[in-house]
Design a protein around this ligand. Sequence first.
Ligand SMILES: Nc1ncnc2c1ncn2[C@@H]1O[C@H](COP(=O)(O)OP(=O)(O)OP(=O)(O)O)[C@@H](O)[C@H]1O
Ligand SMILES: [Mg+2]
Length: 492
Amino acid sequence: MRRLTYLPLGVKLTAIIFAALVVALGVVYLWVVPRLESRLIDAKLRELREAAQGLAFELDTRQPGLSPLVLIPGDRARRLDEVAQRIGGRATLLFQLNPRSAGDLDLRVFDDTNRRTSAGIADDPLVQRAARTNRTIAGRVERDGSEYAEVATVLPVSRASVLLLAVPIDNVVVGAAPIQRSVLVAGAIGLAGALLAGSLGAQRYVRRIRRLETAAERIASGDLSVPVRVEGRDEIGQLAEAFENMRARLEGLDRARREFVANASHELKTPLFALSGFLELMTEEELDEETRREFSEQMADQVERLTALTGNLLDLSRIDAGELPLEKDAVSIDASALQLVQEFAAAADASDHTLEVGASEDVAAYGDEERIVRIGRALVENALRHTQPGTSIRVSAMADGDRAELRVSDNGQGIDPEDVTRIFDRFYRGHGPAAHGSGLGLAIAREVAELMGGSLGVRRVGEETVFALSLARADEAAFSRENARMPALDSS
Ligand SMILES: Nc1ncnc2c1ncn2[C@@H]1O[C@H](COP(=O)(O)OP(=O)(O)OP(=O)(O)O)[C@@H](O)[C@H]1O
Ligand SMILES: [Mg+2]
């Protein structure tokens, strides 16, 4: 088993969910519940205020013109009791002895539903304030170690009397306690549920990431055959898809590399096998001069083929490594066309083809002059090799908007439709009559054309097969400037 030197993702995710929930519950518990409590107390104070004002008015007006102090005592006490019971607290009526004094007012308890604790009630700050300001005062007061919600009001007519209603707050707060408990219980259940769901969910993600890790390890170890499973469209799904694309591409490259090595060794083996055969024949048998010369020519052919092949393989490896040196000059395409026709004149003659410069214009392109001519050579060579004797071949230079084209056209049998898309593949040889090349000419030509920012394509125009190398056109002035420093090739 692997020893864990880090905190697993599942644990981290669960911890994050847990922390978020604790914060949310903390907010509910520390902010929402206290607010609820103060709302309950406010409601209680409103209720007390209504009751106090109602009772004060009643006491004052039951016997119009008479002070409540002379109200029939039994009647007065009964009303106070009724109200005290209704509000679940205590009702006290006080009388002010020195209405006009400046300091603490001297109030006497007149009636109290809780006579036992009447002492000191006259000093209640709310009672004092109400007597002094002639207004109804509500608030929270602490007395004898308990907290009360209180309302003190001055009787509207006989102003010297103060009515106090008090309710112990504990009763009110008790109303909030069950809610507080419920929040705690619900919070605990919620936390446990969220932890379970969170850790199960996290496990699911962790499993998906583990599968990706296994896939990455498999790819790293060189096994590219098993596709990476893509599940879901989220970020992990996208990562899996990126892995799968990478695997598919690597698999393609790996297959191409294997095919390349197999093809290259096969191509090298054929001429080497032929050469060793000739060598053996030449050493073992009594040969007349004629046969010996014939063998020598055949061997020279094979050596030439080997040289061309190794040159091509070298080019391909440089292209793949991104190390093919390429110049970027303004090159005269019409001069290249002319050069090609001159170079291949003898070969065309020998194979009974007509080779000429087609309708051309003075046009220059940006590229590597040597490489442009080599691409032209591959095209003319193909036209000579893959068409019947008697075919005419034309090499021309044309401008087409901001492109310059070197075209090699022949009126031969054309290219098999099933070959057209594949003739630019490495080692692909068509089904034509003279299929003894190595199938690298067009592949290299196209890749080099693309490295020069151009393209190489083939199309059928009427009776003609036209291969066209298209490059960025250079203006004639740039070409003349670059060549002004060179001596003229042909001054005659
Ligand atoms: N002008 C053409 N007419 C008909 N077929 C052609 C012509 N040019 C190319 N082809 C077909 O395209 C195939 C690929 O050409 P490519 O130049 O890549 O390979 P190759 O000529 O067979 O070998 P290599 O050029 O490497 O010696 C040829 O085998 C041939 O079948
Ligand atoms: Mg070729």
